[in-house]
Design a protein around this ligand. Structure first.
Ligand code: SF4
Ligand SMILES: [Zn+2]
Ligand SMILES: [Zn+2]
Length: 310
C-alpha cells in the first residue's frame, strides 16, 4: 500500500477521505485539519490562552501536543474524578505527558471541590454516573478556565464522538441540543468559549497520530463507559461506516450546513449562583452547589449515625 501523497509505504488507509498515508503525511493531515477547524470556526487566536481538558486518553493528549506544536498558548486541565484506579492511572499518564514536555497541567480534584468522588456521589445522589459526571465536569472545567483567565476551553471530541452525539440528538429530535451542537460555542459572561478542534478527525487517525509521535496515552476506558448509550451509537455508526465509508463525516458536515434551521426552544436566562457566583439557569443555587450541599448533608447524617450508635 502506497502513500497517496508521496508514494512511500503507507501505514493507514482512510477510506472516508479516499487516502492512504505514510507516517509523515498522516501527521501533516491531522495538523492541517486541526489548524483548518481552528481558523474556519474562529476558535481562538495565537494571542489567546487555551485550556485543554485532558483525560489521559489519545484525543486530549494529541490535541494538547498539536496546539503547542502549532504555536498556541495551551495549558492542560486534569479533573481527578476519583473513579478508583482508573482515575489514578489517567492522572499519572497526563502528568507524565506534561512533565516530559515542560507544559503546565492544572489538576482539580472532584473530592476536594465537592466533598465526594464520582463513585461516592453516584451512591449519595442515586444518579447515573455519566450524567453526574457531565454536570460536575462541565462546571469544574468552566470554572477553572474562567478563574485562570483562559479565553477558550478545548476538548478532544473527535469525529466519532460528534457523529454519535448527533445521532443521539437526531433520534430524539432534540432541537435544543441540535442547535447547540457546533464546534465552537461562544463565551457568555462567565461561561468560557468551548471549542472542539478535532471535530473532523476520526478515532483511528488520532490513535495513529499518537503512535507515530510517541504520545503515551491510557488505552483503557472509564469503567462507567460500558453500557453507555454513546458506545452503542458509536457501534451502529461503525457498522454503517464499514459498509458505506464516509457515513460519519458526511452526516456531520451535512448537519453543519443545516444546523441553523434548529433553534433553541427559548433563550436561557442565566444568573449568578448565590453560593459560588458562577452562571446557572437553575433557580437559586447552581446544580454543582446543590450537589455539594447534598454531599455535606449526607456526611452529617453519617456522622450523626455514628455518634448515636457510639
Ligand atoms: S464514561 Fe461516564 S463516568 Fe466515565 S468519564 Fe465518561 S462521562 Fe464520566
Ligand atoms: Zn507520504
Ligand atoms: Zn454554585
Amino acid at each position: 500500500m502506497r502513500c497517496s501523497v508521496c508514494g512511500r509505504e503507507a501505514v493507514i488507509r482512510l477510506r472516508h477521505a479516499g487516502l492512504r498515508l505514510c507516517p509523515e503525511h498522516l501527521v501533516a493531515r491531522v495538523e492541517k485539519e486541526v489548524e483548518g477547524a481552528i481558523r474556519r470556526f474562529r476558535m481562538f487566536s495565537h494571542e489567546e490562552r487555551v485550556l485543554v481538558a485532558v483525560s489521559g486518553g489519545k484525543d486530549s493528549l494529541a490535541l494538547w501536543h498539536i496546539l503547542t506544536k502549532l504555536g498556541y498558548q495551551a495549558d492542560g486541565l486534569y479533573i481527578d474524578l476519583g473513579i478508583g484506579g482508573y482515575s489514578e492511572r489517567s492522572r499519572e499518564v497526563s502528568q507524565a505527558f506534561a512533565e516530559e514536555r515542560g507544559l503546565t497541567l492544572h489538576v482539580v480534584s472532584l473530592a476536594g471541590q465537592l466533598g465526594a468522588t464520582l463513585d461516592e456521589l453516584t451512591r449519595i445522589a442515586r444518579g447515573k454516573p455519566c450524567s453526574l459526571c457531565g454536570t460536575v465536569k462541565r462546571y469544574l472545567m468552566n470554572r477553572a478556565a474562567w478563574e485562570g483567565g483562559y479565553q477558550a476551553l478545548a476538548t478532544g471530541h473527535n469525529l466519532d464522538d460528534e457523529a454519535a452525539t448527533l445521532l443521539g440528538n437526531v433520534l430524539r429530535w432534540d432541537e435544543g441540543y441540535l442547535a447547540r451542537q457546533y464546534p465552537v460555542l461562544p463565551e457568555e459572561g462567565k461561561l468560557v468559549r468551548k471549542v472542539k478542534p478535532l471535530v473532523f478527525l476520526s478515532e483511528r487517525e488520532m490513535a495513529a497520530y499518537c503512535l507515530i509521535n510517541g504520545i503515551h496515552y491510557l488505552h483503557e476506558d472509564c469503567p462507567h463507559a460500558q453500557g453507555a448509550r454513546s458506545i452503542v451509537l458509536k457501534g451502529v455508526l461503525n457498522q454503517l461506516e464499514d459498509r458505506y465509508p464516509s457515513t460519519k463525516i458526511s452526516f456531520l458536515r451535512q448537519f453543519l450546513k443545516v444546523r441553523d434551521r434548529f433553534q433553541p426552544p427559548e433563550p436561557v436566562l442565566l444568573h449568578e449562583c448565590p453560593s459560588c457566583g458562577m452562571p446557572t439557569a437553575a433557580e437559586g443555587a447552581c446544580r454543582f452547589c446543590r450537589l455539594k450541599e447534598r454531599v455535606a448533608r449526607h456526611a452529617l447524617r453519617v456522622t450523626d449515625d455514628h455518634g448515636t450508635s457510639a
